[in-house]
Design a protein around this ligand. Structure first.
Ligand SMILES: [Zn+2]
Length: 322
C-alpha cells in the first residue's frame, strides 16, 4: 500500500495541525480557568514545586519519594477537578483534548495505523482516483445481472449475455480477491453502451475499499497529463505522473478516443511497459478491436496487450441505463 510519499506527508501534516490546534485550545482553556479561578494556578504551581523537590531528593537516592509524589499529584488533581466542577466547568477542562483519543492524534497505535489514519488514507485514495463521486452509484452493489438479455445467445460465445456476464462477474470478483497475490491486467472491449465503464468502476471501488490506490483516467486525460508534465516545475503534474506509474491499478478508459499521434503512441507504450515491468495492473477499456489497436498504435502495443492482458469482450444490449 500505496500512498505516494507526498500523500503520506500530507496526512502527517494533518496530524501535526490537529496536535497544534488542540494544544492551542488547551492553552486557551488554561488561561480562562486561571483567570476565573486563581486557586487552580496555585495548585498547578504546587505540583511543579513538589516535582522539583522530589527530583532533588531522588538524586540523593531517595527513590521512595516518587511514589509519594505520584500520590500527592493525584490528590491535587482531584482537588482541581472539584474546583472546576464547583465553578461550572467540566471536570476534564484542563486535560489535553484529542481529535482521536485512541491514537492521541499521532495516527498510530503501537506502530500500527489507527482507524483515523486508515479513514484519511481512504479519502486520499478516493480523491486521487478521479472517480470518488461516481463509484457511489457504480459499484457491485448496483450490478444487476437481470438487466442483461437472457433469451438470445451471443453469436461469438453461445451463451446468453446474462450467463456470459454472470461468468464474467464471478471471474472479476475472484480477480479482485487475488489482486495482491496475482495482479494482472484486463482489457474490456466492446461498443459504446456495453457497460465497460460501469464494470471498471465496480472493480475500482472494490479495490479502493481494500486500500489499493487507483487512478482513473480517460485516454485523453492520460495524454494531456503527459504533455503538461513536460513543462518543468509543475509539481502537481509530476506527482500525477508518479501516481500513474506507481498506483496499484491504472485505469485507461476509452482508449482510442484521444487525438492520436506518434507522441501518444510512444507514451502509451512507455506507460504500459513500465507498469508491466513492475508488475502493476492496468485496466483498459476500448471500442477498438485488437486489429484496430495495432493499426492505430503499433504492433508492439497490440502484441503486448495480447500477451499480457486478459481480454474480455462485452456485448450489447445497451447497458447505458445504469
Ligand atoms: Zn486515531
Amino acid at each position: 500500500m500505496s500512498l505516494t510519499n507526498a500523500q503520506y506527508n500530507q496526512i502527517m501534516r494533518v496530524y501535526d495541525e490537529r496536535r497544534m490546534e488542540n494544544n492551542r485550545n488547551l492553552e486557551n482553556r488554561r488561561k480562562k480557568a486561571y483567570m476565573n479561578l486563581p486557586e487552580l494556578k496555585a495548585l498547578e504551581d504546587l505540583v511543579r514545586s513538589e516535582s522539583l523537590k522530589t527530583l532533588h531528593l531522588m538524586k540523593e537516592g531517595r527513590k521512595e519519594k516518587l511514589t509519594e509524589l505520584k500520590a500527592s499529584i493525584e490528590k491535587i488533581g482531584e482537588r482541581k477537578r472539584e474546583i472546576l466542577l464547583r465553578n461550572g466547568f467540566p471536570e476534564d477542562y484542563l486535560e489535553p483534548g484529542y481529535t482521536c483519543p485512541d491514537c492521541k492524534d499521532t495516527g498510530f497505535i503501537n506502530g500500527k495505523k489507527c482507524h483515523c489514519f486508515i479513514e484519511m488514507q481512504m479519502k486520499y485514495l478516493y480523491q486521487q482516483s478521479n472517480i470518488d463521486k461516481i463509484v457511489e452509484k457504480q459499484n457491485f452493489d448496483y450490478f444487476d445481472i437481470n438487466r442483461y438479455d437472457n433469451k438470445v445467445p451471443i453469436l461469438a460465445d453461445g451463451r446468453t449475455n446474462r450467463d456470459y456476464m454472470a461468468a464474467n462477474l464471478a471471474f472479476l470478483k475472484q480477480w479482485i480477491r487475488d489482486f495482491d497475490k496475482k495482479g494482472g491486467s484486463l482489457m474490456f472491449t466492446g461498443s459504446t453502451g456495453t457497460g465497460k465503464t460501469f464494470l471498471i468502476n465496480c472493480i475500482a471501488k472494490a479495490l479502493m475499499d481494500s486500500f489499493h490506490s487507483v487512478i482513473y483516467l480517460t485516454s485523453t486525460d492520460l495524454f494531456e497529463s503527459f504533455s503538461k508534465a513536460m513543462k518543468k516545475d509543475d509539481e502537481e503534474q509530476q506527482e500525477i505522473q508518479e501516481a500513474i506509474l506507481n498506483c496499484d491499478l491504472l485505469v485507461i478508459d476509452d482508449l482510442g478516443t484521444e487525438l492520436n499521434n506518434s507522441y501518444t503512441t510512444s507514451k502509451l507504450f512507455y506507460v504500459l511497459n513500465q507498469r508491466m515491468v513492475f508488475h502493476k495492473s492496468v485496466i483498459i477499456s476500448t471500442n477498438l478491436s485488437l486489429n484496430m489497436i495495432r493499426d492505430t498504435y503499433t504492433e508492439r502495443i497490440s502484441s503486448r496487450i495480447i500477451s499480457d492482458y486478459c481480454i474480455i469482450p462485452l456485448y450489447g444490449n445497451d447497458q447505458r441505463l445504469y
